[in-house]
Design a protein around this ligand. Structure first.
Ligand SMILES: *[C@@H]1O[C@H](CO)[C@@H](O)[C@H](O)[C@H]1NC(C)=O
Length: 194
């Protein structure tokens, strides 16, 4: 049987912005933001319900490796959702203000059609943002192209959600690559994984 699987490696950080100062020449997406310390208590892992976590996730030298097989079960026996091994970042109130997610990701060639980062929750629909990898390119849901040629290399992903202003901005390797409106207020939280 073919062992077709999807893998994502990542480091994580999260930032919040208390006072919003518009800079004329923003050098880095995190400028002006305050780092929010994250501990293991902030990470809730979701995985196929019938396998132990250590068969889909490892954590070594600061790198979290997450993988899932196309034939895996959903996270819950009663769920019809696609299989995932995913981190849900909990314990923070991201429903107002300006929040930024930062992660360093590595997607091996062969992993395609997968969501690698998202903002869960919205006024309209289930999610505010989904970033997917298709054939090495990153797309906003399955539509707009955000970045190309991401296979087999570390890339830095920054997502700024200006919740109050209703705006999303995506940066790859520190460069702004995509911006769009959000989906309204909700119980918002970041997720990443595969
Ligand atoms: C990914 O793998 C396919 C099949 O082996 C190959 O044709 C393609 O060139 C690879 N792409 C990259 C970016 O390495």
């Amino acid at each position: 049987m073919e062992r077709s699987y999807s893998l994502l490696l990542l480091f994580l950080a999260l930032f919040s912005l208390k006072s919003f100062n518009l800079l004329c020449s923003a050098a880095d997406p995190t400028d002006g933001f305050t780092p929010v310390p994250l501990t293991e208590a902030n990470f809730v892992l979701q995985k196929p319900y019938n396998v132990p976590l250590n068969e889909r996730c490892s954590y070594e030298d600061g790198v979290r490796s997450l993988w899932v097989y196309a034939t895996d079960k959903p996270q819950d026996p009663s769920s019809n959702t696609q299989p995932r091994t995913e981190v849900r970042i909990t314990g923070l109130d991201c429903s107002s203000g300006v929040w930024q997610f930062e992660g360093y990701g590595f997607v091996p060639n062969g992993t395609s059609g997968v969501t690698v980062a998202q903002i869960h929750g919205a006024f309209h629909g289930a999610t505010t943002l989904i970033l997917r990898i298709y054939d090495g390119n990153m797309r906003y849901y399955s539509g707009d192209l955000v970045a190309t040629d991401l296979y087999d290399k570390w890339f830095r992903l920054n997502i700024i959600h200006d919740v109050d202003g209703g705006r999303l901005t995506v940066f790859i390797d520190g460069e702004e690559r995509y911006s769009t409106h959000d989906q309204g207020p909700g119980d918002l939280y970041f997720k990443c994984g595969v």
